[in-house]
Ligand binder design. Structure first.
Ligand code: LLP
Length: 421
Protein backbone atom coordinates (compact mmCIF):
# COMPACT_ATOMS: atom_id res chain seq x y z
CA UNK A 1 0.00 0.00 0.00
CA UNK A 2 1.34 3.41 -0.89
CA UNK A 3 0.14 6.95 -1.45
CA UNK A 4 1.33 7.45 -5.03
CA UNK A 5 -1.84 7.44 -7.10
CA UNK A 6 -3.20 9.13 -10.20
CA UNK A 7 -5.75 11.81 -9.45
CA UNK A 8 -7.49 13.40 -12.44
CA UNK A 9 -4.81 11.94 -14.70
CA UNK A 10 -1.87 13.33 -12.72
CA UNK A 11 0.41 11.19 -10.57
CA UNK A 12 0.26 12.52 -7.01
CA UNK A 13 2.31 11.95 -3.92
CA UNK A 14 -0.42 12.04 -1.26
CA UNK A 15 -2.20 15.29 -2.23
CA UNK A 16 0.59 16.91 -4.23
CA UNK A 17 0.92 16.50 -8.02
CA UNK A 18 4.37 15.11 -8.76
CA UNK A 19 4.67 17.46 -11.76
CA UNK A 20 4.29 20.49 -9.46
CA UNK A 21 7.21 19.31 -7.34
CA UNK A 22 9.29 18.63 -10.47
CA UNK A 23 8.59 22.16 -11.70
CA UNK A 24 9.90 23.64 -8.43
CA UNK A 25 12.73 21.27 -7.59
CA UNK A 26 13.92 20.19 -11.05
CA UNK A 27 14.60 16.58 -12.04
CA UNK A 28 15.79 14.05 -11.13
CA UNK A 29 14.82 13.81 -7.45
CA UNK A 30 13.72 11.31 -4.80
CA UNK A 31 10.23 11.78 -3.43
CA UNK A 32 9.00 10.19 -0.19
CA UNK A 33 5.50 9.94 1.28
CA UNK A 34 5.18 10.42 5.05
CA UNK A 35 1.83 8.65 5.19
CA UNK A 36 3.31 5.60 3.45
CA UNK A 37 6.36 5.48 5.72
CA UNK A 38 4.16 5.71 8.79
CA UNK A 39 1.65 3.12 7.61
CA UNK A 40 4.45 0.64 6.86
CA UNK A 41 5.98 1.23 10.28
CA UNK A 42 2.60 0.77 11.91
CA UNK A 43 1.97 -2.47 9.99
CA UNK A 44 5.15 -3.99 11.46
CA UNK A 45 4.56 -2.49 14.89
CA UNK A 46 1.00 -3.90 14.94
CA UNK A 47 2.22 -7.30 13.73
CA UNK A 48 4.31 -7.60 16.89
CA UNK A 49 1.71 -6.10 19.22
CA UNK A 50 1.48 -9.45 21.03
CA UNK A 51 5.00 -8.93 22.39
CA UNK A 52 7.17 -6.47 24.23
CA UNK A 53 8.98 -5.26 21.11
CA UNK A 54 10.91 -2.54 19.32
CA UNK A 55 10.91 -1.99 15.57
CA UNK A 56 14.44 -0.77 14.83
CA UNK A 57 14.40 0.84 11.41
CA UNK A 58 17.43 -0.30 9.34
CA UNK A 59 18.38 3.24 8.42
CA UNK A 60 20.91 2.07 5.86
CA UNK A 61 17.93 1.83 3.49
CA UNK A 62 17.13 5.56 3.75
CA UNK A 63 18.99 7.74 6.18
CA UNK A 64 17.74 11.26 5.59
CA UNK A 65 17.26 12.88 8.97
CA UNK A 66 13.72 14.04 8.16
CA UNK A 67 12.74 10.41 7.63
CA UNK A 68 14.55 9.36 10.81
CA UNK A 69 12.71 12.03 12.76
CA UNK A 70 9.35 11.03 11.29
CA UNK A 71 9.84 7.38 12.22
CA UNK A 72 11.61 8.13 15.51
CA UNK A 73 8.73 10.36 16.61
CA UNK A 74 6.36 7.49 15.76
CA UNK A 75 8.26 5.31 18.23
CA UNK A 76 10.74 3.51 16.00
CA UNK A 77 14.19 2.54 17.16
CA UNK A 78 17.11 2.48 14.73
CA UNK A 79 19.47 -0.22 13.51
CA UNK A 80 22.77 1.47 12.69
CA UNK A 81 25.91 0.06 11.07
CA UNK A 82 28.41 2.91 11.38
CA UNK A 83 29.31 5.85 13.57
CA UNK A 84 27.92 8.09 10.84
CA UNK A 85 24.52 6.39 11.05
CA UNK A 86 24.65 6.51 14.83
CA UNK A 87 25.32 10.24 14.79
CA UNK A 88 22.63 10.87 12.20
CA UNK A 89 20.06 8.99 14.28
CA UNK A 90 21.02 10.96 17.39
CA UNK A 91 20.95 14.24 15.45
CA UNK A 92 17.41 13.37 14.37
CA UNK A 93 16.42 13.01 18.03
CA UNK A 94 16.42 9.23 18.45
CA UNK A 95 17.54 8.33 21.99
CA UNK A 96 20.51 5.99 22.40
CA UNK A 97 18.47 3.41 24.24
CA UNK A 98 16.48 2.85 21.04
CA UNK A 99 19.56 2.30 18.86
CA UNK A 100 21.10 -1.09 18.10
CA UNK A 101 24.54 -1.24 16.50
CA UNK A 102 25.00 -3.95 13.85
CA UNK A 103 27.81 -4.67 11.41
CA UNK A 104 30.69 -7.02 10.95
CA UNK A 105 33.53 -4.48 11.25
CA UNK A 106 32.82 -1.96 13.99
CA UNK A 107 35.97 -0.05 14.90
CA UNK A 108 37.02 0.80 18.45
CA UNK A 109 36.32 4.43 17.66
CA UNK A 110 32.77 3.57 16.61
CA UNK A 111 32.30 1.54 19.79
CA UNK A 112 33.51 4.46 21.89
CA UNK A 113 31.16 6.91 20.19
CA UNK A 114 28.16 4.67 20.79
CA UNK A 115 29.09 3.81 24.37
CA UNK A 116 29.60 7.44 25.28
CA UNK A 117 26.44 8.55 23.50
CA UNK A 118 24.23 5.74 24.80
CA UNK A 119 23.26 2.51 23.08
CA UNK A 120 20.65 -0.16 23.50
CA UNK A 121 22.92 -3.00 22.44
CA UNK A 122 25.71 -4.04 20.11
CA UNK A 123 25.08 -6.99 17.85
CA UNK A 124 28.53 -8.57 17.96
CA UNK A 125 29.73 -10.65 15.04
CA UNK A 126 33.09 -12.18 16.01
CA UNK A 127 35.34 -13.07 18.95
CA UNK A 128 37.93 -10.36 18.17
CA UNK A 129 35.15 -7.79 18.02
CA UNK A 130 33.90 -9.03 21.37
CA UNK A 131 37.34 -8.65 22.93
CA UNK A 132 37.75 -5.16 21.47
CA UNK A 133 34.34 -4.06 22.72
CA UNK A 134 35.04 -5.37 26.20
CA UNK A 135 38.31 -3.40 26.21
CA UNK A 136 36.73 -0.17 25.04
CA UNK A 137 33.85 -0.49 27.53
CA UNK A 138 36.22 -1.26 30.42
CA UNK A 139 38.41 1.70 29.57
CA UNK A 140 35.33 3.94 29.71
CA UNK A 141 34.16 2.34 32.95
CA UNK A 142 30.94 1.01 31.47
CA UNK A 143 29.47 -2.34 30.50
CA UNK A 144 28.32 -2.89 26.90
CA UNK A 145 25.04 -4.75 26.41
CA UNK A 146 25.42 -7.30 23.62
CA UNK A 147 23.77 -9.94 21.58
CA UNK A 148 25.82 -12.26 19.42
CA UNK A 149 24.76 -12.43 15.82
CA UNK A 150 24.52 -16.07 14.88
CA UNK A 151 24.74 -17.38 11.35
CA UNK A 152 22.13 -20.14 11.13
CA UNK A 153 23.30 -21.45 7.73
CA UNK A 154 19.91 -21.00 6.12
CA UNK A 155 19.30 -20.27 2.44
CA UNK A 156 17.34 -17.01 2.29
CA UNK A 157 16.39 -17.70 -1.35
CA UNK A 158 17.15 -14.17 -2.42
CA UNK A 159 19.72 -12.45 -4.67
CA UNK A 160 23.24 -13.73 -3.84
CA UNK A 161 24.54 -10.23 -3.12
CA UNK A 162 21.98 -9.66 -0.35
CA UNK A 163 21.88 -13.11 1.30
CA UNK A 164 23.70 -13.13 4.64
CA UNK A 165 22.70 -16.25 6.55
CA UNK A 166 24.69 -18.99 4.81
CA UNK A 167 27.92 -20.43 6.18
CA UNK A 168 29.80 -18.95 3.20
CA UNK A 169 28.76 -15.38 4.14
CA UNK A 170 30.95 -13.14 6.29
CA UNK A 171 28.18 -12.44 8.77
CA UNK A 172 27.66 -13.69 12.30
CA UNK A 173 29.14 -16.56 14.24
CA UNK A 174 28.42 -20.11 13.05
CA UNK A 175 25.52 -21.24 15.20
CA UNK A 176 27.42 -24.47 15.87
CA UNK A 177 30.03 -22.46 17.80
CA UNK A 178 27.53 -20.26 19.65
CA UNK A 179 27.92 -21.93 23.06
CA UNK A 180 31.67 -21.38 23.27
CA UNK A 181 31.34 -17.81 22.01
CA UNK A 182 28.67 -17.00 24.63
CA UNK A 183 30.92 -18.54 27.29
CA UNK A 184 33.69 -16.22 26.16
CA UNK A 185 31.35 -13.22 26.26
CA UNK A 186 30.23 -14.06 29.79
CA UNK A 187 33.84 -14.16 30.92
CA UNK A 188 34.71 -10.71 29.52
CA UNK A 189 34.43 -7.92 32.08
CA UNK A 190 33.13 -5.18 29.76
CA UNK A 191 30.19 -7.11 28.30
CA UNK A 192 26.71 -8.01 29.41
CA UNK A 193 24.92 -10.64 27.35
CA UNK A 194 21.27 -9.71 26.80
CA UNK A 195 20.21 -11.86 23.90
CA UNK A 196 20.67 -13.35 20.44
CA UNK A 197 20.68 -11.67 17.03
CA UNK A 198 20.05 -13.14 13.58
CA UNK A 199 19.60 -11.60 10.12
CA UNK A 200 19.59 -13.90 7.11
CA UNK A 201 19.20 -11.55 4.15
CA UNK A 202 17.17 -8.96 2.37
CA UNK A 203 14.15 -9.00 0.04
CA UNK A 204 12.92 -12.39 1.29
CA UNK A 205 9.66 -13.25 -0.41
CA UNK A 206 9.05 -16.51 1.39
CA UNK A 207 8.53 -17.02 5.14
CA UNK A 208 10.15 -20.47 5.25
CA UNK A 209 13.78 -19.31 5.61
CA UNK A 210 12.72 -17.03 8.49
CA UNK A 211 10.96 -20.00 10.08
CA UNK A 212 14.04 -22.23 9.79
CA UNK A 213 16.30 -19.54 11.26
CA UNK A 214 13.92 -18.68 14.11
CA UNK A 215 13.54 -22.38 15.03
CA UNK A 216 17.30 -22.51 15.44
CA UNK A 217 17.29 -19.31 17.49
CA UNK A 218 14.57 -20.72 19.77
CA UNK A 219 16.55 -23.88 20.33
CA UNK A 220 19.70 -21.89 21.02
CA UNK A 221 17.84 -19.71 23.52
CA UNK A 222 16.96 -22.80 25.58
CA UNK A 223 20.50 -24.14 25.33
CA UNK A 224 22.12 -20.87 26.37
CA UNK A 225 19.68 -20.44 29.24
CA UNK A 226 20.56 -23.93 30.42
CA UNK A 227 24.21 -22.86 30.25
CA UNK A 228 23.36 -20.05 32.65
CA UNK A 229 23.13 -17.07 30.29
CA UNK A 230 20.43 -14.44 30.58
CA UNK A 231 18.66 -14.33 27.24
CA UNK A 232 15.86 -11.78 27.43
CA UNK A 233 16.02 -10.21 23.99
CA UNK A 234 15.84 -11.62 20.47
CA UNK A 235 16.83 -9.42 17.55
CA UNK A 236 15.33 -11.17 14.54
CA UNK A 237 16.80 -8.93 11.84
CA UNK A 238 15.14 -7.36 8.83
CA UNK A 239 14.69 -8.70 5.36
CA UNK A 240 10.97 -9.01 4.75
CA UNK A 241 10.50 -8.42 1.01
CA UNK A 242 8.25 -5.93 -0.74
CA UNK A 243 6.33 -6.00 -4.03
CA UNK A 244 8.46 -4.47 -6.80
CA UNK A 245 6.00 -5.41 -9.55
CA UNK A 246 2.78 -3.71 -8.55
CA UNK A 247 -0.08 -6.17 -8.76
CA UNK A 248 2.17 -9.16 -9.53
CA UNK A 249 4.44 -9.62 -6.51
CA UNK A 250 2.76 -10.85 -3.36
CA UNK A 251 5.35 -11.18 -0.60
CA UNK A 252 4.17 -12.22 2.87
CA UNK A 253 2.48 -9.46 4.84
CA UNK A 254 3.95 -8.03 8.05
CA UNK A 255 0.96 -9.60 9.84
CA UNK A 256 1.87 -13.08 8.55
CA UNK A 257 5.49 -12.47 9.53
CA UNK A 258 4.46 -11.34 13.03
CA UNK A 259 2.40 -14.50 13.41
CA UNK A 260 5.34 -16.64 12.39
CA UNK A 261 7.56 -14.88 14.93
CA UNK A 262 4.97 -15.53 17.63
CA UNK A 263 4.73 -19.20 16.63
CA UNK A 264 8.48 -19.74 16.58
CA UNK A 265 9.74 -17.72 19.55
CA UNK A 266 6.66 -16.34 21.35
CA UNK A 267 6.83 -19.02 24.08
CA UNK A 268 10.28 -17.86 25.19
CA UNK A 269 9.00 -14.65 26.80
CA UNK A 270 11.74 -12.54 25.23
CA UNK A 271 11.58 -8.94 24.16
CA UNK A 272 11.48 -8.92 20.34
CA UNK A 273 13.44 -6.59 18.09
CA UNK A 274 13.21 -6.49 14.31
CA UNK A 275 15.29 -4.45 11.87
CA UNK A 276 13.19 -3.77 8.77
CA UNK A 277 14.59 -1.34 6.23
CA UNK A 278 13.12 -1.91 2.79
CA UNK A 279 9.71 -2.84 4.19
CA UNK A 280 9.29 0.65 5.64
CA UNK A 281 10.94 2.70 2.91
CA UNK A 282 10.93 0.79 -0.40
CA UNK A 283 7.44 1.57 -1.56
CA UNK A 284 7.38 4.91 0.23
CA UNK A 285 9.66 6.49 -2.37
CA UNK A 286 9.76 7.40 -6.05
CA UNK A 287 12.64 8.49 -8.20
CA UNK A 288 11.26 11.13 -10.55
CA UNK A 289 13.12 11.72 -13.81
CA UNK A 290 12.62 13.38 -17.14
CA UNK A 291 13.02 12.00 -20.64
CA UNK A 292 15.90 13.86 -22.32
CA UNK A 293 15.65 12.14 -25.69
CA UNK A 294 13.76 9.36 -27.35
CA UNK A 295 16.43 7.77 -29.53
CA UNK A 296 15.85 5.36 -32.39
CA UNK A 297 18.41 2.52 -32.38
CA UNK A 298 18.97 -0.19 -34.98
CA UNK A 299 16.29 -2.49 -33.62
CA UNK A 300 14.88 -0.67 -30.61
CA UNK A 301 13.96 2.66 -29.11
CA UNK A 302 15.87 4.10 -26.19
CA UNK A 303 14.30 6.32 -23.61
CA UNK A 304 17.23 8.40 -22.36
CA UNK A 305 16.48 9.82 -18.92
CA UNK A 306 18.19 12.49 -16.85
CA UNK A 307 18.51 9.95 -13.98
CA UNK A 308 21.32 7.43 -14.20
CA UNK A 309 22.95 4.48 -12.48
CA UNK A 310 24.75 6.84 -10.09
CA UNK A 311 21.35 7.98 -8.79
CA UNK A 312 19.77 4.50 -8.59
CA UNK A 313 22.31 1.67 -8.75
CA UNK A 314 19.98 -1.24 -8.00
CA UNK A 315 19.19 -2.31 -11.61
CA UNK A 316 22.91 -2.27 -12.53
CA UNK A 317 24.03 -3.94 -9.31
CA UNK A 318 21.35 -6.55 -8.62
CA UNK A 319 19.47 -6.76 -11.93
CA UNK A 320 16.67 -5.25 -9.85
CA UNK A 321 13.30 -4.48 -11.40
CA UNK A 322 11.61 -1.14 -10.76
CA UNK A 323 8.23 -0.31 -12.25
CA UNK A 324 8.55 2.90 -14.26
CA UNK A 325 5.36 4.85 -14.81
CA UNK A 326 4.53 8.09 -16.60
CA UNK A 327 3.65 11.07 -14.42
CA UNK A 328 0.79 11.92 -16.78
CA UNK A 329 -1.64 9.01 -16.75
CA UNK A 330 -1.77 7.38 -20.20
CA UNK A 331 -4.96 8.07 -22.13
CA UNK A 332 -7.08 4.96 -22.62
CA UNK A 333 -6.78 3.27 -26.00
CA UNK A 334 -3.21 4.39 -26.78
CA UNK A 335 -1.11 1.44 -27.98
CA UNK A 336 1.91 0.81 -25.75
CA UNK A 337 5.42 0.56 -27.21
CA UNK A 338 8.68 -0.99 -25.98
CA UNK A 339 11.69 0.95 -24.79
CA UNK A 340 15.11 0.28 -23.38
CA UNK A 341 15.21 2.80 -20.55
CA UNK A 342 18.69 4.15 -19.91
CA UNK A 343 20.60 6.97 -18.26
CA UNK A 344 23.26 9.30 -19.65
CA UNK A 345 26.28 7.71 -17.90
CA UNK A 346 28.99 6.35 -20.18
CA UNK A 347 28.50 2.66 -19.43
CA UNK A 348 26.22 0.12 -21.03
CA UNK A 349 25.39 -0.98 -17.49
CA UNK A 350 23.56 2.32 -17.10
CA UNK A 351 20.37 0.58 -18.16
CA UNK A 352 17.28 0.64 -15.97
CA UNK A 353 15.12 -1.67 -18.05
CA UNK A 354 15.17 -3.53 -21.35
CA UNK A 355 12.18 -4.06 -23.63
CA UNK A 356 9.92 -2.29 -21.14
CA UNK A 357 6.35 -1.90 -22.36
CA UNK A 358 5.15 1.65 -21.80
CA UNK A 359 2.83 4.22 -23.17
CA UNK A 360 4.61 6.26 -25.91
CA UNK A 361 6.52 9.19 -24.42
CA UNK A 362 8.04 12.35 -25.86
CA UNK A 363 11.13 14.35 -24.93
CA UNK A 364 10.43 16.28 -21.74
CA UNK A 365 7.95 13.75 -20.31
CA UNK A 366 8.26 12.94 -16.62
CA UNK A 367 8.48 9.37 -15.36
CA UNK A 368 8.57 7.89 -11.87
CA UNK A 369 10.45 4.81 -10.71
CA UNK A 370 8.39 3.06 -8.10
CA UNK A 371 9.78 1.24 -5.04
CA UNK A 372 12.83 3.53 -5.02
CA UNK A 373 12.68 4.61 -1.39
CA UNK A 374 14.97 1.86 -0.11
CA UNK A 375 18.64 1.69 -1.11
CA UNK A 376 18.14 4.49 -3.65
CA UNK A 377 19.41 7.84 -2.39
CA UNK A 378 21.71 6.20 0.13
CA UNK A 379 23.60 4.26 -2.54
CA UNK A 380 23.90 7.19 -4.92
CA UNK A 381 27.26 8.58 -5.98
CA UNK A 382 28.59 11.48 -7.99
CA UNK A 383 29.99 9.25 -10.72
CA UNK A 384 30.46 11.22 -13.94
CA UNK A 385 30.44 14.36 -11.73
CA UNK A 386 26.71 14.29 -11.50
CA UNK A 387 25.70 16.06 -8.26
CA UNK A 388 23.70 13.98 -5.77
CA UNK A 389 20.03 14.50 -6.48
CA UNK A 390 17.65 16.12 -4.00
CA UNK A 391 15.24 14.38 -1.67
CA UNK A 392 11.73 15.67 -1.10
CA UNK A 393 9.23 14.67 1.59
CA UNK A 394 5.48 15.02 1.18
CA UNK A 395 2.94 15.14 3.95
CA UNK A 396 -0.66 15.65 2.88
CA UNK A 397 -0.74 18.75 0.71
CA UNK A 398 2.68 20.04 1.72
CA UNK A 399 6.16 19.13 0.60
CA UNK A 400 9.68 20.10 1.57
CA UNK A 401 13.12 19.59 0.10
CA UNK A 402 14.85 17.53 2.80
CA UNK A 403 18.20 17.44 1.05
CA UNK A 404 19.02 20.10 -1.49
CA UNK A 405 20.78 19.50 -4.77
CA UNK A 406 24.35 20.74 -4.42
CA UNK A 407 25.51 23.35 -6.90
CA UNK A 408 28.28 22.41 -9.28
CA UNK A 409 30.61 24.66 -7.27
CA UNK A 410 29.74 22.91 -4.01
CA UNK A 411 30.53 19.59 -5.59
CA UNK A 412 33.76 20.73 -7.24
CA UNK A 413 35.03 22.71 -4.26
CA UNK A 414 35.16 19.66 -2.03
CA UNK A 415 38.41 18.83 -3.82
CA UNK A 416 41.56 20.67 -2.90
CA UNK A 417 44.47 21.18 -5.25
CA UNK A 418 47.73 20.99 -3.29
CA UNK A 419 49.84 24.13 -3.18
CA UNK A 420 52.70 22.41 -4.95
CA UNK A 421 50.66 21.80 -8.10
N1 LLP B 1 19.67 -5.78 9.53
C1 LLP B 1 20.89 -6.04 9.02
C2 LLP B 1 21.92 -6.55 9.92
C3 LLP B 1 21.14 -5.84 7.65
O1 LLP B 1 22.35 -6.12 7.16
C4 LLP B 1 20.11 -5.35 6.81
C5 LLP B 1 20.35 -5.11 5.39
C6 LLP B 1 18.86 -5.05 7.39
C7 LLP B 1 18.67 -5.29 8.74
C8 LLP B 1 17.72 -4.51 6.61
O2 LLP B 1 17.28 -5.38 5.59
P1 LLP B 1 15.93 -5.03 4.82
O3 LLP B 1 14.81 -5.09 5.82
O4 LLP B 1 16.06 -3.67 4.24
O5 LLP B 1 15.83 -6.08 3.78
N2 LLP B 1 21.38 -2.69 -1.13
C9 LLP B 1 20.57 -3.89 -1.24
C10 LLP B 1 20.10 -4.36 0.12
C11 LLP B 1 21.23 -4.58 1.11
C12 LLP B 1 20.76 -5.01 2.47
C13 LLP B 1 21.84 -4.97 3.46
N3 LLP B 1 21.47 -5.31 4.80
C14 LLP B 1 19.41 -3.63 -2.17
O6 LLP B 1 19.33 -2.55 -2.77
O7 LLP B 1 18.58 -4.53 -2.43
Amino acid sequence: MDHFLYKDGALCAEDVPVADIAAQVGTPFYLYSSATLLSHFKAMDDALAWSDHLVCFAMKSLSNQAVLKLLGDAGAGMDVVSAGEYKRARAAGVPGDRIVFSGVGKTREEMRIALEGGIRQFNVESEPEMAALSDVATSLGVVAPITVRVNPDVDAKTHAKIATGKAENKFGIPISRAREVYAMAAALPGLQVVGIDVHIGSQLTDLDPFGLAYDKVAELTETLRADGHTITRLDLGGGLGIPYRAGNDHPPTPAAYGKLVQEKVGHLGCEIEVEPGRLLTGNAGLLVAQVIYVKQGEDRQFLILDAAMNDLIRPAMYEAHHDIIPVVQPAPGVDPVQYDIVGPVCESGDTFAKHRTMTPLQDGALVAFRSAGAYGAVMASEYNSRPLIPEVLVQGDQFAVIRARPTFDEMINRDTIPEWL
